[in-house]
Write a protein that binds this ligand. Structure first.
Ligand code: M6R
Length: 646
């Protein structure tokens, strides 16, 4: 995970670096650091804890450098501490490096370097990188195979200073040699007094973008971190290198052949990444859902018209030929996939499996050219999901990415991409991304049904065999923003339950059918931001074991939106009430005359998309409990927004 930032231009770099780090803090907040170069000397300020700690470090205000690199850390190798904070140096203090990713063979590389008399001062995997660069810089006759380097490097640098050109090309060669030795993932920035006014960057399997403007250039792990400065971006590819000065950016492949790259203009609104008067990003993002769902629907869905997927070149011939869909994702995105499965099976009659990306990769899934693999990732940077996508591609399957981040890594790997357009999601706990993902799944399923010719008949929506017309289903989707607004109008009962339950150690979430998928999502939300242990179960499964955990006063939350399962679900809730449970029910059914403690009523909609409404009270419940406990809602402990490690 971790976030990296870089700046080079006419302004004081430290302010811009700190600004960027604050925007990237969602990626990790165990430690932070910046490095600039002034008077031929690298100045490093770093410390354990949040980015704001750097502002209090002695000397911070005196930093004058106009270029530099910066890092906010999510600890993997080595505990959060000052020594383990980035930037890291080589032994001669010539190269400062920040790194996002994991170097899997760092022990091997460390031992190699120790044999060559290098000393290590941190427990990180990163520290091998500056030292390896130094090693290849000091031994230009050795390449990554221990042989003489290939003399055919075609280095063209846009600079008139010949000493600098020589040093830059020599350092660039050293960096490529060093990275050839790295196994794992990395996005790195390197600065050195040997190459004044220059930053060199590279990446493999970790994100890195370069923002460009008049006379200044920026580097970041993601686009939103730079949107206040520029809308023009280069998206660096795997094994690509860039030499960046304030007026130029030169791109090289791993053979160091110079090439041109296209600029991508990003339309996102920077203010969308600010709190806009809300106490926390999570609350803001929960309340944004009427709008984010509207944005997801966009111009894709209209009554009495076929869906608009001009940006997705999946043909009916291809679709008629596939025999299975896999939906692969992690965490909340995987929970959205569970709703997607039901939609594809009900509307398109295509058998659909949902898998956790980190499991899918290692279980030798049965995939061939007749399998469509759909990968869902808000960030588009989740390492497990990307690796799972690469696996399916290697087996000949077509891959479709559903992401929220334009140009993210997953969108560059997939055969097809569609975006949720939910706007930047900053809080670690995912809320609006989920409702947008489910919304997009519902429209995509209609589109596939249209391509397959299943759009003429009615859709079966529940286990009683009830049906609705496709037009009615479309209407239900178009009505979602309005219905979400209704839920958000009055949150007092949810707050009341949160006031009562926030000191609990355990909670349970129950549901049947589609409601069980929402139980899973509610339970995940609660765990990650309140640190309360919780479990989600299919209501009918409770009696096969977990009911042993129900005791006097325990809080049980049930989701009840599918009329066809109502009676059975109510019986299951009664079973826990009998054993002393306090209950909160989220429902669109009439549940008068029942002995439930709290009933949160939500508007009615088709069970196929009811998770978009029933999840809202659960998001709010987790939020209010977290606030009651005085926790950092947006940045829960041990977590990061983008999980770019496997
Ligand atoms: O960016 P992604 O959608 O790939 O992220 C997947 C999960 O890491 C993410 O949904 C995580 O579970 C959230 N923190 C849940 O709120």
């Amino acid at each position: 995970m971790c976030g990296i930032i870089g700046y080079i231009g006419p302004k004081k770099a430290s302010n811009i670096l700190i600004d960027g780090l604050l925007a990237l803090e969602y990626r990790g907040y165990d430690s932070a650091g910046i490095a600039t170069i002034e008077n031929n000397e690298i100045k490093i300020m770093k410390d354990k804890g949040r980015v704001k700690n750097i502002l209090n470090l002695e000397g911070y205000n005196e930093l004058q450098g106009t270029y530099g690199i910066a890092h906010t850390r999510w600890a993997t190798h080595g505990k959060p501490s000052k020594e383990n904070s980035h930037p890291h140096f080589d032994n001669s203090n010539t190269f400062a490096v920040v790194h996002n990713g994991i170097i899997e063979n760092y022990t091997e590389l460390r031992n190699f370097l120790i044999e060559k008399d290098y000393t290590f001062y941190s427990q990180t995997d990163t520290e091998v990188i500056p030292n390896l660069i130094h090693y290849y810089y000091s031994n230009p006759n050795i390449d990554s195979n221990g042989e003489n380097p290939d003399s055919s490097y075609d280095i063209v640098l846009d600079n008139n200073d010949s000493t600098k050109v020589n040093n830059t090309s020599r350092i660039l060669v050293a960096i490529t040699q060093a990275t050839k030795n790295l196994k794992g993932s990395y996005a790195i920035e390197v600065i050195s007094p040997l190459i004044p006014d220059t930053i060199i960057v590279s990446r493999k399997d970790s994100p890195l973008v370069i923002g460009t403007s008049n006379g200044e250039n920026f580097i970041a792990s993601d686009i939103p971190a730079l949107l206040t400065y520029t809308r023009d971006f280069y998206l660096l590819d795997d094994n690509e290198f860039a030499v960046i000065t304030k007026n130029s950016i030169e791109f090289y492949n791993e053979k160091l052949e110079n090439h041109k790259k296209e600029i991508k203009n990003i339309e996102w609104d920077a203010s969308a990444a600010e709190k806009n008067g809300f106490e926390d990003f999570m609350l803001k993002e929960i309340f944004e859902q009427p709008n984010s769902i509207r944005e997801t629907i966009g111009s894709r869905l209209k009554l009495n018209e076929k869906c608009n997927f001009d940006d997705l070149e999946i043909s009916s011939e291809y679709l008629k030929n596939i025999n299975k869909i896999f939906i692969v994702a992690c965490g909340t995105a995987m929970h959205a996939g569970l709703v997607g499965k039901n939609l594809f099976e009900k509307l398109c009659k295509i058998p659909t499996e949902v898998d956790i990306a980190s499991e899918f990769r290692y279980r030798d899934p049965i995939i061939d050219e007749k399998t469509l693999c759909i990968y869902v990732s808000q960030s588009g940077e989740t390492a497990d999901t990307i690796a799972a996508l690469k696996l399916a591609k290697s087996k000949g399957a077509k891959t479709l990415a559903i992401s929220n981040v334009i140009g993210s890594s997953i969108t560059r790997e997939a055969d097809y991409t569609i975006y949720t357009h939910a706007g930047p999601e900053i809080a670690v706990a995912s809320t609006k991304a989920y409702t947008s993902q489910v919304t997009l799944f519902s429209i995509l399923a209609i589109h596939f049904a249209e391509l397959l010719g299943y759009d003429k008949g009615d859709i079966t929506i529940n286990s009683n065999g009830e049906t609705i017309t496709l037009e009615d289903f479309k209407k239900d989707i178009l009505d979602l923003p309005k219905k979400v607004s209704i839920i958000l109008e009055d949150t007092s009962l949810i707050k009341k339950f949160a006031d009562e339950a926030y000191n609990e150690k355990d909670m349970f979430f129950l549901g049947r059918g589609i409601d069980q998928t929402v139980a899973l999502e509610g339970s995940l939300k609660l765990k990650e931001i309140t640190y309360i242990h919780s479990d989600a179960y299919a209501s009918g499964e409770l009696k096969h074991g977990p009911i042993a955990l129900i005791e006097n006063g325990i809080h049980v939350i049930s989701i009840l939106t599918d009329e066809s399962l109502l009676k059975k679900s109510i019986s299951n809730i009664q079973e826990v009430i009998t054993r002393g449970a306090k209950t909160m029910i989220v429902t669109n059914q009439n549940l008068e005359n029942n002995n439930f403690d709290f009933v949160i009523n939500i508007p009615e909609t088709s069970p196929l998309i009811s998770p978009i409404l029933s999840v809202i009270p659960l998001q709010l419940l987790a939020y209010y409990i977290s606030k009651n406990k005085g926790l950092d809602v947006d940045k829960p402990r041990n977590l990061a927004k983008s999980v770019t490690v496997e």
